[in-house]
Write a protein that binds this ligand. Sequence first.
Ligand code: ADP
Ligand code: G6P
Length: 465
Amino acid sequence: MSRLVVVSNRVADPRKTAAGGLAVALAEVLNNTGGLWFGWSGRIVEDGGQPSLHTQHAGPVTLVTADLGQSDHAAYYVGYSNGVLWPVFHYRLDLADFDDGYIAGYRRVNQQFARQLAPLLREDDIIWVHDYHLIPLAAELRALGCTQRIGFFLHIPLPPPLILAAIPGHDWLIRALFAYDVVGFQAEADLLHFDNYVAAEAHAQPVGEHRWRAFNRTVQAGAYPIGIDVDEFQGLAQAHEGREMFERMRREYSRRKLLVGVDRLDYSKGLPQRLKAFRALLTRYPETHRSATLIQIASPSREDVSAYTDILHELESLCGSINGNFGELDWMPVRYMHRTVARPRLPGLYRASRVALVTPLRDGMNLVAKEFIAAQDPADPGVLVLSRFAGAAEQLKEALMVNPYDVEGTANAIHLALQMPVEERRVRHESLMATIRQYDVHWWCNAFLDTLAQAESAESGTPWL
Ligand code: ADP
Ligand code: G6P
């Protein structure tokens, strides 16, 4: 059987807590399949040194990670990946920093990773590259003579062609995708944007369903919505820490209904809009005073990118003003924590909550929505309030769907969720549960890798870029 080689910028020890859908999902997959996981070590070294490789064994997975030089990290990770691609792919042209210097660093690091990875590869490896940091990786591997099958999965949304076209070098990026055999997206909407882009901007020829020929290469595109390991998550809910957390929260909030939000602190998550909706709820429905508490956990993320520090300050000031205006001696409406919660405790927190607020302005998928559903008690389940702009909205139709920009509309939906009778909650939860079970992380991995296994072996030697 071929070995699976996973490549992503973020690599996490599968035995530890990680905040971020990619690391959480890949840890689940690799724990099952075994294989090699290659990416950044998280270390930044001085410029000019030889970036070293680190090898670590974690159960069936070998982790090989590479250091990044200071200026490469600044241009590749902070600059091009998180200052250009992340905002533009999340439809935020206003937050993009189109500095000409970034793209060279982005390319340098992709070349560095390709050079470091190529000698570790076996002839029959299946290589699966993840996310926007590494779009040109296959092209760089092909330039080094790699003929293995290589697939790419984009964890974040792909915007429509006219937004994508704002990126200087967008044509180079999309051309680089043609060095892959299979390119996967989270949602049908992203796939449609890809099809539209390659037809109009790259003059690609359709040679099958979502199959395109351009630049002497054929690429198969598809939508593979990522899921969670439902059994593993439910197991965590029943384990000691999960139960203890559940019981503690239930005791502490016995007289109130809990609302919960768990996110990385990212501007794409719509956190200020969520807080404003909660404030509108308290203003419009006085009966929620003392009876509802919002727990918002936001883990620190990308603090070296300025848009992230701006959102941190906005959130702190909103939480402070809501508590200042509405709080009582025995009731704080919002409990905000700027930290990561240990994964074994998450299911207990979700299960003790009546409502989850998953209200991103744009999101590739959103795994928190699926984790919340998995953790519920089927006899007395909580309600998911979900943004229509999360990739998950294509699948989780029985959630209460909201437009997070519509603060009043979201407040009304939260009110409806708090009031929803148990029969309706059960019916909705049952359908949602069936969906997340059917399309779990194993389905995602198998569906993608089956397509990749069927792809014809790569043509090699073409100068891709
Ligand atoms: P993203 O990948 O953009 O961060 P997702 O919702 O898809 O968003 O995935 C986030 C993952 O990280 C989930 O598995 C979630 O449980 C975890 N996570 C996010 N924020 C926290 C936090 N504050 N503490 C613990 N885990 C978190
Ligand atoms: C999202 C991205 C991942 C990234 C994660 C955490 O899930 O799709 O690629 O790893 O956020 O962000 P970070 O910058 O800390 O890796």
